[in-house]
Design a protein. Sequence first.
Lengths: 187, 187
Amino acid sequence: VAAARRIILEVGVKGLTMRRLSDELGVALGATYYHVATRHDLLVLVGRSLFAEVELPGAEAGDWAARVKGAMVHVAAVVGQHDGIAAFLLANLDEVVPKELQQEMLDVLHEAGFDPHTTAVLMMALLFYVSGVSAGGQDVRSAVMLHGEDLEPLFEEGLDLLLDGARNRLNAGRRSGGRRSGWFSSD
Amino acid sequence: VAAARRIILEVGVKGLTMRRLSDELGVALGATYYHVATRHDLLVLVGRSLFAEVELPGAEAGDWAARVKGAMVHVAAVVGQHDGIAAFLLANLDEVVPKELQQEMLDVLHEAGFDPHTTAVLMMALLFYVSGVSAGGQDVRSAVMLHGEDLEPLFEEGLDLLLDGARNRLNAGRRSGGRRSGWFSSD
DNA sequence: ACCTGAACACCGTTCAAGT
DNA sequence: ACCTGAACACCGTTCAAGT
């Protein structure tokens, strides 16, 4: 896995070949296949090892939004370095996102007062947004009329948009004190 | 391109092979390469033809948020049918998003009162979120603790989160009447 | 101008054979 | 148990040769 990560860092996921990995390890192709059944499995292991580095900031880092945002920025940073891995992770989120991180985030949102449904929606949206950014990389800029600016601050602003939208739900839910959390009174 | 779309519909992007496409067209492999230089180029053409079907709902469809949401739902519907295309589109957004759609959305947001920067942030976030959802497909559910529910309503709720967050910026900008649009008074 | 068919340089994966 | 090296069935891409 470490060797695979080194290769991806250098030449991207597309350049990570079972043959190249075997070379990097100094073994024959068959040896690699003895330890990992398939390239897909290898990438899952790589994905897990990347996510294992991500941690949710503690309560001292701020409110729920700041903590969640911190984790997401962390994800984007780790994933963004490894060209092409984001698209794979995106298509295999459930195999790759560690249960602990997931549970911690759920807990933070629950403590903040989110109902389970809104929590799920927010987590899904965050996951998709972050993976989307990481997979989409640089060339949105022209698709969006932003030529000079750096992408990273934009990424954080987009995150804020999402988090602010969620905060609305939270406040709306509190005001009405009810089970429904939407802006609209339709049910 | 039509033949390519048929194949993707049936077996996904991974199953779209230059050989298979040639078979579908009843020609030799070389003939296909005479008309399209590369598989990448072919996929760009497919992507454009998909996006060409998406249209921004008119003013009668509601406010800016409803219209933008409509377009995004449309994108997700078209892209979602073609397995694996989302990841490609995501990585090639600028080659594939039609300038007219892009300009129309910019106009709608501008008319709604968004400054150019916030507009760009929102468009980027929407694009990434929608592509993320389309590329991520089904298996987020377990990563997010949602087992029974359909994904499509969740997709729309996530969209609402983003749009609501943007609406906040709009209102905040109006109240302060100033150039800055954030929640925070820093800067 | 447009097409054919074979070739080239890769892939992921398998597997008999070795130690 | 772990590894080698060759093979198989694919790819995308190119290109001389045909019409």
